[in-house]
Each structure stands twice: as structure tokens, then as C-alpha cells.
Design a binder for this molecule. Structure first.
Ligand code: SF4
Ligand code: SF4
Length: 376
């Protein structure tokens, strides 16, 4: 432990994080999480020794109104502002460490992937924007495309639509903040795969700061706050969780039991807002769109092709469906951290948001979801 003045650098870092608005903060060694490729901090900072995990909780009242479908925009702003606050706090910690002569990385909170080709990112995103605008114009009966626009539309369709039919569904984060948070003692991975904290349940957002100073790590939580109530599983329209089956994962040397997963393409379709209903017919997410044929959706990997086609068709249809695909592509290539908060547009996230702090909170939230009806 390095002593600076009267308190240790660890205490100073934690005080700084809490003073700046973090609700939870902890430290883990880089070594404790480097066994998983998606949580190895050396990818972002070669020679990493420690990682600091910070969390901010979401406002319960805002979450409840989102779950009961009274207010989507309030949660959109809450998530956007919380993300910006996490980035701001991480920047303060980064500067604090750099002033002391250490290297530090302020990570992105989300939408930062290793296996995405970001070299031509602005071209891809701006070409997709142009294509959607031309499709919308073509469908507008009050205007006509000129010759040049017709040519561009044909070219962009041929260049972009086949690529959408190959959209990857297995993106790997630059750093898994959940693994960091588990190792740093902020919470434990629950049945849903989200981080569950003692004080806020799963209603938190995370960020991490990687550094090359060796800090004294915190201990992981001994008791997992997950109550295995499985209300997260029941709140999932996407069918991501295989019913009543479990799998074991190891995070930071700790064995966690989580719900067995079906293909992630389900969650991507629902979370991108491309579909809002699957198994249950009497309530939906915030999306007004539906899978073409719910009954025939496979649970195996062949669902990937189905979802890829859905993205391509969404662009061809134009309008709101195309905007959902655009948002997903833009977020994946350019990230979401610096976007205006109004652009966050959550559509689901129910498996996380249903999980309030107490069992009573979780049950009440679940009842709100299943009684919230369908967005048409
Ligand atoms: S909703 Fe229940 S089962 Fe799911 S993560 Fe939260 S406590 Fe665990
Ligand atoms: S975000 Fe929605 S679709 Fe994705 S796993 Fe959670 S509940 Fe299911």
C-alpha cells in the first residue's frame, strides 16, 4: 500500500470517487480477472496492475415508471446522464493517477467492442444514414427522387443491405465491467448475468479505470445477493434464458450459477427495439414491432440468420424500424458514451431493471411489467 500524506492512495481514490458522485467503488488486481479474454485489462493497457470499479445507481422511481410503461424518456435521460457521470468520475480518477506518475485508462461504459472494424466506422455510419434518408424520401409520395438520388439509392442498397445480413452477434467488449465489479467487491453475478449489489440490486451502471499502479485489492462479496427468484428470466421477452436450466461460470475465481443462455441474437433483436414481444402475448417491451412469426422462432443458432434478415428488412422499410437499426449500428461503431442523453432510447433491459434491492421491490416491479400491456 502506498502512503501519501495521512491516508493511503486507495483511500484517496475511493474518497475521490464517492465525493464525485459514485455510489459504490472498489479495487481489484488485474491478475484476478485476466483469465477471461473479455476481462483481461492488458488489452486496453499493457502492463495493467489494478482496476478500479465505480457504480452509480439508477433512480428507482424513474425505473418503476419505465417498467409500468408510464415514461420511457425519463429512463433514457437517467441512463444517458448516469453514463456521462461515470465517464466524468473516471476521468477525475485517471487524472489523479496520472498526476502521481502512473498510467491510467478511463474506459467506455458500454458499446466498446474488440472485434469490430472501426477503421471505416464513419463511412459505414454515414452511408447507412444516407441510405435511410433516401429510402424515406422514396416512400414519401409528396416528393420525387432525382436521377442522382436514384443512382445513389441503388448503389447504397447493394453495398449495405448484404452486409446487414451478416451482422455479427458475438461482439466482445474491450473490458467486461461486470467482471471487474465482481472481483472488486461491488456485487456478484446473479441469475440474469447482471451484477447484483446488496444496496441497489441490479439497478446500477458501471465503469472502470485501468492503471499500472499496484493497489491493494478489495475482497469479493462473500454472499451472492441474488435470491434466485428468477423474475429476471420471467421478464425476458427475448427468450434469452433457457427455462429452468442453469450453467456455471467462473469470474475472478468465484463460481457463479446463472441461467443457461439461448442464442444472444434474441436479446439483440429485443434490446435494439426491433421486436418487443415473443413468448407472451399480453405485454411487450417499449418496442411496437414484432417478430414476423413468433411461433416458428428457433432457439438454436439458426435464429441468428432470422435476426440478421430482420435488420436488413428494417432498413428497407424505412421509418422507425430503420432508425432502430441505425442506432444499433451507430452505437456499435462509434459508441454511446458521448451521444446526447436523449439518444439512449432503452427499449427493454427488463432482466436488469426488474431486480430492485429487496424481494418486495422485485415482485412489485415484475407485476408492473406484466400488467403494463403492449406498445402498439
Ligand atoms: S431477479 Fe431474482 S434471480 Fe434474477 S438476478 Fe435478481 S435476485 Fe437474482
Ligand atoms: S435485455 Fe430484454 S431481451 Fe435482453 S436478456 Fe434482458 S430481458 Fe431479455
Amino acid at each position: 500500500m502506498i502512503e501519501t500524506g495521512t491516508s493511503s492512495i486507495e483511500d484517496q481514490l475511493k474518497k475521490l470517487a464517492l465525493d464525485e458522485g459514485a455510489a459504490l467503488v472498489g479495487i481489484c488486481s488485474a491478475e484476478s480477472i485476466r483469465d477471461k479474454e473479455f476481462s483481461n485489462p492488458n488489452y486496453l493497457l499493457p502492463g495493467a496492475k489494478s482496476v478500479i470499479s465505480i457504480a452509480i445507481n439508477l433512480n428507482d422511481e424513474v425505473v418503476e415508471k419505465y417498467l409500468s410503461k408510464e415514461d420511457q424518456m425519463a429512463l433514457c435521460l437517467e441512463e444517458g446522464i448516469t453514463t456521462k457521470n461515470l465517464k466524468r468520475i473516471a476521468e477525475k480518477i485517471k487524472l489523479f493517477l496520472e498526476e502521481k506518475g502512473f498510467k491510467a485508462i478511463n474506459c467506455d461504459c458500454n458499446y466498446d467492442y474488440r472485434n469490430i472494424n472501426k477503421k471505416s466506422k464513419t463511412t459505414i455510419v454515414s452511408s447507412l444514414r444516407m441510405l435511410i434518408d433516401l429510402i424515406n424520401k422514396e416512400k414519401d409520395e409528396s416528393v420525387e427522387l432525382n436521377k442522382q438520388e436514384e443512382k445513389s439509392l441503388k448503389f447504397l442498397k447493394n453495398a449495405i443491405i448484404p452486409g446487414l445480413r451478416k451482422t455479427p452477434m458475438n461482439l466482445m467488449p474491450s473490458l467486461s465491467h461486470r467482471c471487474v465489479a465482481e472481483a472488486a467487491g461491488l456485487g456478484r453475478i446473479g441469475w440474469s448475468g447482471n451484477l447484483i449489489t446488496e444496496k441497489f440490486g441490479a439497478r446500477i451502471l458501471l465503469n472502470s479505470i485501468i492503471t499500472d499502479i499496484k493497489l491493494k485489492p478489495d475482497k469479493p462479496l462473500e454472499k451472492n445477493p441474488c435470491m434466485i427468484c428468477k423474475l429476471c428470466e420471467k421478464s425476458c421477452q427475448g427468450g434469452l434464458f433457457a427455462r429452468d436450466e442453469q450453467q456455471t461460470i467462473i469470474i475472478a475465481g468465484i463460481e457463479e450459477i446463472i441461467a443457461k443462455r439461448n442464442n444472444y441474437a434474441y436479446c439483440i433483436a429485443i434490446c435494439s427495439g426491433m421486436a418487443g414481444q415473443n413468448k407472451f402475448k399480453d405485454w411487450s417491451t417499449w418496442s411496437p414491432f414484432r417478430f414476423d412469426d413468433i411461433e416458428k422462432l428457433p432457439l438454436d443458432d439458426t435464429v441468428i440468420e432470422h435476426v440478421q434478415n430482420m435488420f436488413a428488412k428494417g432498413i428497407e422499410k424505412g421509418g422507425l424500424e430503420a432508425e432502430n437499426v441505425y442506432r444499433l449500428v451507430e452505437n456499435s461503431y462509434i459508441g454511446r458514451n458521448n451521444k446526447p442523453s436523449e439518444d439512449f432510447r432503452p427499449s427493454c433491459g427488463f432482466c436488469q431493471l426488474v431486480c430492485g434491492a429487496t424481494m418486495k421491490d422485485k415482485k412489485e416491479s415484475y407485476n408492473k411489467i406484466v400488467n403494463s400491456g403492449c406498445i402498439e
